[in-house]
Ligand binder design. Structure first.
Ligand code: ARG
Length: 560
């Protein structure tokens, strides 16, 4: 039971049935100022039942509350403020963290499913900075959702279908060389695609040929399918290198192509409900009443679109996974697409539309401009991550030249820095990409949190922590740490409901900071009777920092 719940129970015992314990719990606040206590209950809602002014009620309630959990109970205007007994509470919290270990802060299984659609790069094209953001944010949301007790199905909705693949086949058949594509798949395929567009300007017949090849592919032509399969495979080999570096995996790689044979089903449903109307030869769903442009379902030539495949995907996912919620972690540019998608699903009478959320995010900027992996050198992302690892390696070599696991640690620190930098600010903000800055050991960086954790771990080794409990009296510095530890599950809740991993990043920064304050003021390793008790607090900090970083997809080396 949380302290809020315990306070609600104590209040319920003295209030009686005017409010239920749950209602009381909902009303309890956390005062903005520490000197107003740790928890506050506003009495306004009792005025009617008690036929008294809230201030009077507060005074009376404060007098009646007598519980060892609270060191002080005060009426402050219409509020009943309580101060937690720091000694009792500190011991309890640290004990809980030490017992529950990485399960600290976890919720009971809900038995419900969340489907996340994340990363989703396009085959035969470079993995963009936008896809990096989607990957990192989506992965964190998956971990946070699992922590909240959900089953998560993480889907990489690969962009592996559409007329562009017909064009690519034409280009490959005319100018492509197998060994070149094998050597550097995405670079070569992109080159072919660019050349196609250049040549098509003078020779429009190429476009028709491209469409014809895509048609072949749609109809399962052997040669077209073999080429498509190969393009997809070699692209995935490159993408997988990035995923491996980031430590991200998927439960499904069903991309757009997967829905090729599932679109007719949706079109039938739309027709049954008489939602499809003709517009300039194309089939659309009118969304005027919703204040949106019509959703294009079928082109004049009968070809389906990105939106059609997303409709089919939503229907398939609901039928297959029976999800309670679905997250689409996709850049803000696609906001209208998802609004239209949800609106059409609603018109279809689809259940759970309210549980479907577009989770948008801002851009990655470099020197004030949108950072792009398309211009200039290709497949930059892998190089970006490698650069980060190299800088981390140097930083570590300066700080700790004898580190045993230097290679692996540099990977965790370098890649972790990139991920943390991405997740540090609210996702809608644009990010300035500054490698030097994000790899610093001080300031609001991943390495700062990792280094704090590593230092705490080294205290445990030096002090030979023996698993003792925390029995220390609660000075201000340890209380600062303990009250942060206590907030972990509330923080996870907030990050989950707002679909905002930055709430966890901020939290681990704050926890690291409060620990560093403690460490700066208290001689942890002093050989006295309380040394092992202090180390118990240190241990609980390492547990929560490590778990917090894990939720973000960032490693926590014990030594660095
Ligand atoms: N492949 C798309 C792109 O790169 C993103 C797909 C997002 N997911 C979806 N279900 N539409 O823009």
């Amino acid at each position: 039971m949380s302290y809020k719940q315990q306070y609600a129970k104590v209040l319920h015992d003295v209030i009686g049935d005017a409010l239920s314990q749950e209602e009381i719990e909902q009303l309890i606040e956390q005062p903005k100022h520490e000197d107003h206590g740790d928890l506050a209950f506003p009495c306004f809602q009792l005025a009617k039942a008690f036929r008294k002014a809230p201030m009077m009620i507060a005074t009376e309630l404060a007098e009646k509350i007598d519980n060892p959990l609270f060191s002080n109970v005060q009426a402050a205007g219409p509020y009943v403020n309580v101060f937690l007994n720091r000694e009792i509470v500190s011991r309890e919290i640290v004990k809980r963290v030490l017992e529950e270990k990485q399960a600290y802060g976890s919720s009971e299984p809900t038995g419900k499913t969340i489907v996340t659609d994340f990363s989703s790069p396009n085959i035969a094209k470079p993995f963009s900075m936008g896809h990096l953001r989607s990957t990192v944010i989506g992965n964190a949301l998956n971990q946070i959702s699992r922590k909240k007790g959900y089953d998560v199905v993480g889907i990489n909705h690969l962009g592996d279908w559409g007329t562009q693949f017909g064009k690519l086949m034409v280009a490959y058949n005319m100018w492509g060389k197998e060994e070149d594509v094998r050597a550097e798949p995405i670079k070569e395929l992109l080159k072919l695609y660019v050349r196609f567009h250049e040549e098509a300007e003078d020779n429009p017949a190429l476009e028709d040929e491209g469409r014809a090849w895509f048609k072949k592919l749609e109809q399962g032509d052997e040669q077209a399918t073999a080429l498509w399969t190969w393009f997809r495979e070699v692209s995935l080999v490159e993408f997988n290198r990035v995923y491996q570096m980031l430590g991200v995996s998927f439960d499904s790689l069903n991309g757009e192509a997967f829905y090729n044979d599932k679109m007719q089903h949706v079109i039938d449903l739309l027709e049954e409900k008489e939602l499809l109307v003709e517009s300039e030869g194309a089939m659309v769903v009118d969304l005027e009443a919703e204040g949106m442009p019509p959703a294009l379902i079928k082109k004049k030539d009968g070809a389906t679109l990105y939106a059609t495949r997303d409709l089919a995907a939503a229907v398939y996912r609901l039928e297959t996974y029976g999800f309670e919620q679905a997250f689409y972690v996709v850049g803000g540019e696609q906001a209208l697409h998802f609004k239209q998608l949800f609106a059409v699903l609603k018109k279809l009478g689809f259940e759970n539309v309210d549980g479907m959320h577009h989770v948008p995010f801002g851009l990655i900027m470099k020197d004030g401009k949108k950072m792009s992996t398309r211009k200039g050198r290709i497949v930059l992302l892998e190089e970006v991550l490698q650069d980060a690892i190299n800088v981390a390696k140097q930083n570590i070599a300066e700080k700790n030249p004898n580190l045993a696991n230097a290679e692996q640690t540099a990977r965790e620190v370098g890649v972790g820095a990139v991920i943390f930098h991405d997740l540090k600010n609210e996702r809608m903000n644009n990010i300035e990409f500054d490698l030097e800055q994000m790899l610093k050991f001080e300031g609001e960086t991943g390495p700062y949190v990792q280094y704090t954790n590593a230092r705490a771990n080294s205290l445990l080794r030096k002090g030979e922590y023996d698993g003792s409990a925390f029995v220390g009296s609660a000075d201000d510095y340890s209380w600062g740490v303990v009250s942060m530890l206590n907030q972990f599950s509330t923080v996870i809740d907030r990050a989950f409901t707002r679909r905002e991993p930055s709430i966890i990043s901020r939290y681990v920064l704050d926890l690291a900071q409060s620990f560093n304050k403690y460490y700066g003021q208290v001689r942890v390793l002093e050989e006295d009777a309380e040394k092992q008790s202090r180390l118990a607090l240190v241990k609980s900090v390492t547990i929560v920092l490590t778990e917090g970083l894990r939720l973000l997809g960032v490693g926590a080396p014990e030594e660095m």
